[in-house]
Design a protein around this ligand. Structure first.
Ligand code: ZN
Length: 150
């Protein structure tokens, strides 16, 4: 394993322990909020994601609770750290880029300016059975965004 792979593994391990954004927080009055529960039957990961947005379509927070493998939990933590301040459009752009990386089977040089800590999941893309683990929080956040109401 090279140094970058080791560093990325450490980022995933740290996030799986820190679980930024977990547990769920109460919704804030005046903001739009949406929630989504997603399940990954291949691995058994479960996640419930709650997002809040302001009237200008900026995310203000993401909180979540879940149970599953360290990849799925770390991915939710990374996303919860990244999401606040993004617009819906910026989130969808990063989601597309992350998904492209996860479908690359390891043939990808992630731009850390775009993905921040989510770049650490590039190695996971070599293992097709684990791609869903890494994508789960992103899927939940997108559904929650579309559901968001006052
Ligand atoms: Zn998993």
């Amino acid at each position: 394993m090279n140094e970058l792979d080791q560093l990325y593994q450490q980022v995933i391990l740290d996030h799986s322990k820190r679980r930024i954004g977990s547990p769920l927080v109460e919704t804030t009055e005046g903001l739009l909020h949406g929630e989504s529960h997603q399940h990954n039957p291949i691995c058994g990961d479960q996640i419930r994601v709650r997002v809040e947005l302001d009237d200008q379509e900026h995310f203000t927070s993401m909180s979540w609770e879940g149970d599953g493998c360290s990849i799925s939990m770390a991915s939710a933590s990374v996303l919860a750290e990244m999401l606040p301040e993004l617009t819906k459009e910026e989130f969808l752009g990063k989601r597309d880029y992350f998904r492209e990386m996860m479908r690359s089977k390891g043939n990808f040089q992630p731009d850390e300016e775009v993905l921040e800590d989510a770049a650490a999941f590039v190695g996971v893309s070599k293992f097709p059975a684990r791609v869903k683990c890494a994508m789960l929080a992103w899927v939940a956040a997108e559904v929650a965004m579309h559901e968001a109401r006052k």
